[in-house]
Design a protein around this ligand. Structure first.
Ligand code: PEP
Ligand code: MG
Length: 841
C-alpha cells in the first residue's frame, strides 16, 4: 500500500516520485548523510485525497517529532518549475513553547519568533486583513504586541488563536493546498506546461532555530554566478535569523571574502569550508548546481533545502557545459535538459528581470526579443532617426514589402493587424527583429500620428515604448534590456545537439547577411530563399517597376535584363557562403501590385522616373490590385502568364552556378516553384527551365546539375502529390499558405479572433504557430505517401514558419521528412528540438 506520508529517514521502499521534486532532493541529501533536520513528507496522492475531502492525519504526521519541536511546511511540487505556495515557518509555536523559548533563546528572540508566527498564520493562512495588525507590524517587537495580535486574531476569527500544533498544521496545509489550486498559481504553472491536475506534496520539517547564544543564523548559498554561470560562491548569511532573512536584510554577511563587507568565510571559516564541501558533493550527486538553504544552530551547520540554483539562460548553458566537461553528466543529458525557450532568450535582447513594467496592451508574440525606442509611423522616419543613432519602434497597421527597408533601421515592429505568418511577423523573424502583431487593442491614428490605448492613454510619435516580442507585451516608456549572447558555451552546446539531431535544419534566408547568420547558427543549407525580397532594394525597385509597366514581352525582357546581373550577383554571394550545402531558391511569388507605390506623391515620382503619365501609373495599379492578394495572380501563375520573369531568374541561378563551379565551389542549386495547384503548371515551368539550363550550358560550355521541385502550398497540390512528384525531385510544404488555404483563414487577419479561439479551446493552438497535426498534418502525410509511392527518392520538407516550432518539428521527424527550414534566428532552436525528438524516442 502506498503510504500517505513517510518519515524522511524511512527505510521502507517508497515511490519517491510521489513526494515531489523538493522531497526527492531531501531523500538524496539524507542518503548522503548530510545534516538534514528530521522531516515528514506528505505525498502527492494524499494531497489529492485531501482536496476531495479526506481528513488530514496531523496526529500521525507529528508523531515522529519531539514534544518541544516546531516545524516549517514547504511545498514540494512534482516539477521544480511549477512553483508552489510560500514556506511557512515556526508552525507549532504556542504560549507554552513561547515560555520555553524565552528561557532557551532569551526574551527578545522568543518574542520576535512568536509574533512573526502569529502574523504569518493570521495573514497568510487565515487571510485576515494585514491592516488590522498595523500597530504591531514593522515595529520593535514587545510582549504586549503578542497580546494585541492574539486579540485581533480572536476578534476576527471568533475563536482563540489555535494552541494545538495539530490544529495549526491542519490549517496551514489546507491553506497551502488552496493556494496551489488558486487561479494565479494555475496560470503560472500552465506557462511551464504543467497539466491541469499537476500535483504537489508537502514537507513538514523540524525547525533548527537559527537563534541562540552560540553562533546561530541562517543563509542561502549557491556556487555559481547566476548571471553568467561562472563558478563563484554567492549568497548571504545573517546571524540570529531564519528562513531567507539573510537575503532581505542589509546587515547580512557575504559568504566568501568580499571587498564590500564582512563574510562568513572570515567569521566562521570551518563552517564556510564545510558548506562549500557539502555544496560540491551535492552538485556531483544531483548533477546540477544548487541553491542551499542552510541554518547554523549553536555552531552546527544544517541543510534545509537544495533547490536548483537561480540562473539566467546564459548561466544555464554554461553550467551544463561545465558539468559535461567535468564528466558529471553526458552530452545527451545536457541537451535533454535545455528547453528551447532558453535558446530563444539567449539569441535576442531580453527585458531585465529587475525592470518595473507598465504594460499597455498585449498582441501576438510574433518574433522574440525585446526592443525599446521612439515610436515612428513610417519606414522613412525609422531610417532618418537611425542615421542619428536613435532607436525606434516602427508602428504600422500592417507592413508590406515596401517596409522591409525601414525594418532594417528600426529596433522593433508593432502592428495593429496580422498574425503569426503575416508579412511583419515573417520578415521580423527573418531579421531577428522583435515584433508584436495583432495588437488590436491599440488604435493607431496615422493622420494625427498617435496611438490610443484601450484605457485612453495617448502615445505620440517619438514617445518611447518598449515591446517584448517573446511575450507579446507592449510597455510604456524606456526599459533596460539584457543583450544577447552567442558565446563559446552556447556554440559547444549546439554542436552537441547537432550531433544528436537526425533531420536536417535549413534556413529561410534571402540576403547574404541572413545566409551568413544562418550558417553561423549551424544551418545545413538554405531551404527557402524568397527571391522577391531582392527586388525591394532601391536600385532594383525601379527596374522591377519598369518590368511591370512593360507593354510587350520584348519590353519586359529588356527591363528584366537590368535585373539579371543583380540577381546573379546575389546568388553568387549566397553560393559562396553556403559552399558545399544545398541552396533552395524559390522563384518569384508575390502579386506584382506589391511593388507599386501606394501614395500619390510616390506615384508622381514613379511617373517621372519611368517617363509615363500619372494616369497610366494609376490605371496599372488599379488593374493589378486584388481584393485578396494572397489568392490571385501570384506564384506559379505569374510564371505561366509572364514567363520572362522565371526565365530571367533561372538564368541568373545557372550563370551563378557556373561561376561558382569554376571557382571550385560545390553547388547544386534547387529551384522551387511556389503556389502550384496542377501538374501541368509543374511541367510547363519545368520545360522552360530546362530550356534555359541547356542554353546556359551551351553558352558557357559548362555542365552543371540542379534540382527541380515544388512548394506544396495549396490543398490541391497536396492531394495531387503523386502526379507532381513524377516531375519533381523534392516537395517542400509551404505550411503558411497551406494552413491559410486548408482552414480558409487569412494569415493576415486571423489575429482578430485567434486569441478568443484559443482561449475558448476551439483551436488548441494558433495553427499558424504550431502545425495543425489533424488537418494540415493529414494533408502532409497524404502527400508524403502519394509522392513517395511515385518517386521513392522524393525529398520532403517543411519551409513554412512551422519549421522553427518545436512541436511541429517533432511531427516532421516522426513523418520521416528530410529537413525543416526556418528563419535564421530560429535555427538553433530547431536543432535543439530535433535533438530532443531523438532523445525522447
Ligand atoms: C509558406 O507559404 O509557407 C511560405 C513559406 O511562403 P510565404 O510565407 O513566402 O508565402
Ligand atoms: Mg507561401
Amino acid at each position: 500500500m502506498v503510504k500517505d506520508y513517510i518519515h524522511l529517514n524511512s527505510q521502507c521502499e517508497v515511490k519517491r516520485t510521489n513526494f515531489g521534486a523538493r522531497a526527492r532532493r531531501l531523500f538524496l541529501l539524507k542518503a548522503m548523510d548530510m545534516p538534514v533536520p528530521r522531516a515528514v513528507l506528505l505525498s502527492i496522492d494524499a494531497v489529492k485525497k485531501i482536496q476531495t475531502g479526506r481528513k488530514i492525519d496531523t496526529g500521525g504526521i507529528l508523531d515522529v517529532f519531539n514534544e518541544e519541536d516546531i516545524f516549517s511546511v514547504r511545498a514540494s511540487p512534482e516539477h521544480w518549475d511549477w512553483g508552489g505556495p510560500q514556506t511557512i515557518l515556526n508552525v507549532g509555536l504556542n504560549n507554552n513553547k513561547f515560555a520555553d523559548l524565552k528561557i532557551k533563546l532569551g526574551e527578545t528572540e522568543a518574542i520576535s519568533l512568536y509574533l512573526r508566527f502569529i502574523l504569518s498564520f493570521s495573514i497568510d493562512i487565515m487571510r485576515i486583513d494585514e491592516q488590522l495588525f498595523e500597530s504591531v507590524i514593522s515595529k520593535r517587537p514587545t510582549e504586549a504586541m503578542i497580546t494585541t495580535a492574539l486579540n485581533v486574531y480572536e476578534e476576527e476569527m471568533s475563536s482563540p488563536f489555535p494552541q494545538s500544533p495539530n490544529d495549526q498544521l491542519e490549517q496551514v496545509l489546507k491553506s497551502m493546498i488552496r493556494a496551489w489550486n488558486g487561479t494565479t498559481a494555475r496560470i503560472l504553472r500552465k506557462a511551464h506546461n504543467a497539466p491541469e491536475d499537476a500535483g504537489v506534496a508537502f514537507i513538514i520539517q523540524r525547525m533548527v532555530m537559527g537563534f541562540g547564544k552560540l553562533e546561530s543564523g541562517s543563509g542561502v548559498a549557491q556556487f555559481i554566478n547566476p548571471i553568467d554561470g561562472s563558478k563563484k560562491v554567492t549568497g548571504r548569511y545573517l546571524s540570529q535569523s531564519q528562513g531567507r532573512d539573510a537575503l532581505e536584510r542589509k546587515n547580512s554577511l557575504f559568504l566568501t571574502k568580499d571587498k564590500r563587507g564582512r563574510s562568513l568565510e572570515e567569521h566562521m571559516p570551518k563552517i564556510f569550508e564545510e558548506l562549500c564541501k557539502f555544496g560540491s558533493e551535492v552538485r556531483v550527486k544531483t548533477k546540477d548546481e544548487l541553491e542551499l538553504d542552510f541554518t547554523i544552530d549553536g555552531e552546527k551547520l544544517w541543510l534545509l533545502d537544495a533547490a536548483p540554483a537561480r540562473r539566467s539562460a546564459q548561466a544555464a548553458i554554461k553550467v551544463l557545459v561545465d558539468l559535461v566537461e567535468e564528466g558529471i553528466i553526458d552530452k545527451n543529458n545536457a541537451v535533454k535538459r535545455v528547453e528551447p525557450r532558453i535558446i530563444t532568450e539567449l539569441l535576442h535582447p531580453q527585458l531585465s528581470p529587475l525592470a518595473k513594467l507598465q504594460v499597455i496592451c498585449r498582441g501576438v508574440a510574433a518574433s522574440p526579443g525585446a526592443a525599446t525606442g521612439q515610436i515612428v509611423f513610417s519606414s522613412k522616419m525609422a531610417q532618418k532617426l537611425a542615421l542619428k543613432e536613435k532607436p525606434t519602434i516602427l508602428v504600422k497597421l500592417e507592413t508590406g514589402p515596401e517596409d522591409i527597408r525601414g525594418m532594417h533601421f528600426t529596433k522593433g515592429v508593432l502592428t495593429e493587424r496580422g498574425g503569426m505568418t503575416s508579412h511583419a511577423a515573417v520578415t521580423a523573424r527573418g531579421l531577428g527583429l522583435p515584433c508584436i502583431v495583432g495588437a488590436n487593442a491599440l488604435k493607431i491614428n496615422f493622420k494625427e500620428k498617435h496611438i490610443t490605448t484601450h484605457s485612453g492613454k495617448i502615445f505620440n510619435e517619438l514617445d518611447f515604448i518598449t515591446i517584448d516580442g517573446t511575450s507579446g507585451r507592449v510597455i510604456s516608456g524606456k526599459t533596460d534590456l539584457l543583450e544577447p549572447t552567442f558565446n563559446d558555451s552556447l556554440k559547444t552546446f549546439l554542436k552537441w545537439a547537432e550531433q544528436i539531431a537526425k533531420i536536417d535544419i535549413r534556413a529561410n534566408a534571402d540576403t547574404p547577411n541572413d545566409v551568413t547568420i544562418a550558417r553561423n547558427f549551424g544551418a545545413k543549407g538554405i531551404g527557402l530563399c524568397r527571391t522577391e525580397q531582392m527586388f525591394f532594394e532601391d536600385d532594383r525597385l525601379l527596374a522591377m517597376r519598369e518590368m511591370i509597366f512593360a507593354d510587350s514581352n520584348k519590353e519586359r525582357k529588356v527591363a528584366l535584363e537590368q535585373l539579371l546581373p543583380m540577381q546573379r550577383a546575389d546568388f553568387m554571394k549566397i553560393f559562396k557562403i553556403m559552399d558545399g550545402f544545398p541552396v533552395c531558391i524559390r522563384l518569384f511569388d508575390p502579386p506584382l501590385h506589391e511593388f507599386l507605390p501606394r501614395e500619390r506623391q510616390e506615384m508622381l515620382e514613379l511617373a517621372e522616373a519611368l517617363d509615363l503619365s500619372v494616369g497610366k501609373i494609376i490605371d496599372r495599379t488599379k488593374e493589378l490590385s486584388e481584393f485578396n492578394p494572397m489568392l490571385g495572380m501570384r506564384g506559379v501563375r505569374l510564371g505561366i502568364t509572364l514567363p520572362e520573369i522565371y526565365e530571367m531568374q533561372a538564368r541568373a541561378i545557372f550563370e551563378a552556378t557556373v561561376t561558382a563551379q569554376k571557382a571550385g565551389m560545390l553547388i547544386v542549386p534547387e529551384i522551387m516553384i511556389p503556389l502550384v495547384s496542377a501538374q501541368k503548371e509543374v511541367e510547363l515551368i519545368r520545360s522552360n527551365i530546362e530550356a534555359t539550363a541547356s542554353a546556359v550550358k551551351t553558352e558557357t560550355g559548362t555542365e552543371f546539375n540542379y534540382k527541380y521541385g515544388v512548394m506544396v502550398e495549396t490543398p490541391r497540390a497536396a492531394l495531387r502529390a503523386g502526379d507532381i512528384a513524377k516531375s519533381s525531385s523534392f516537395l517542400s510544404f509551404g505550411t503558411n499558405d497551406l494552413t491559410q488555404m486548408t482552414y480558409g483563414l487569412s494569415r493576415d487577419d486571423a489575429s482578430r479572433f485567434m486569441r478568443d479561439y484559443v482561449a475558448k479551446e476551439v483551436f488548441s493552438e494558433d495553427p499558424f504557430r504550431t502545425l495543425d497535426k489533424d488537418g494540415v498534418g493529414e494533408l502532409l502525410l497524404l502527400a508524403r505517401d502519394r509522392g513517395r509511392a511515385q518517386n521513392p527518392t522524393l525529398s520532403l520538407s517543411v519551409c513554412g514558419e512551422h519549421g522553427g516550432d518545436p512541436t511541429s518539428i517533432k511531427f516532421c521527424c516522426e513523418a520521416g521528412f528530410n529537413y525543416v527550414s526556418c528563419s535564421s534566428f530560429r535555427v538553433p532552436i530547431a536543432i535543439l528540438a530535433a535533438a530532443h525528438y531523438e532523445l525522447g524516442k
